[in-house]
Design a protein around this ligand. Structure first.
Ligand code: SF4
Length: 183
């Protein structure tokens, strides 16, 4: 099977992506790097869920840093941006840059992200962040696919129920919590 480093944001968004990759001859190594998630308790819950799922599939998963202060510094000035705005693009860039760097150092030649499976996220922003990150390393490719098509959104929901995943109610950062509480 081919190798690929898969940036994973959470178990619900990852399950159908992993299933599709494995059915298509790719064995992903998971990379959990999400310093955007707030508060830390929420981060730990999401992390525990994806680690549980990786273990059930016998897949390797890398536990990267949780440095929320670094994330806040990186998006400074963009706190009041709406979702799908400039803050989200910067958030994707930070996470996918770290993924590309790890992929390079660990000998992978391609990486992907489960971020693109959420219908709340902007695919163009994710592609920009992924391709920009890949371009910084020789022979590195951002594996791009619309993970919402070909029945994958429906499969995501089936797997969520089948596995009893914790299903978060907001994107991740404190600014997305505020937005949802005002809706
Ligand atoms: S709303 Fe989601 S994608 Fe946007 S900055 Fe917050 S955590 Fe990142």
């Amino acid at each position: 099977m081919k190798k690929l480093l898969l940036h994973t944001c959470c178990a619900p968004c990852s399950s159908a992506v992993i299933e599709w990759l494995m059915a298509n001859g790719v064995r992903p190594t998971l990379f959990f790097y999400n310093p955007n998630i707030f508060p830390q308790k929420e981060y730990e819950i999401r992390k525990k869920e994806i680690f549980r799922y990786a273990k059930s599939l016998d897949l390797e998963i890398i536990d990267a840093d949780y440095d929320h202060e670094l994330w806040l510094a990186d998006i400074r000035g963009l706190e009041n941006e709406p979702e799908r705005g400039a803050r989200c693009l910067q958030c994707f860039k930070l996470r996918l840059q770290a993924t590309a760097q790890y992929a390079h150092e660990a000998g992978f030649q391609q990486f992907a992200t489960t971020l693109a499976s959420s219908r709340w996220k902007d695919l163009i922003q994710i592609a920009e962040a992924g391709n920009e990150s890949a371009s910084k390393y020789p022979n590195m490719q951002f594996f791009e696919k619309n993970w919402r098509k070909d029945g994958l959104s429906e499969r995501r929901n089936e797997l969520l129920t089948e596995n009893g995943f914790y299903n978060q109610e907001y994107c991740g950062c404190e600014f997305s919590v505020k937005k949802n509480s005002q809706d």
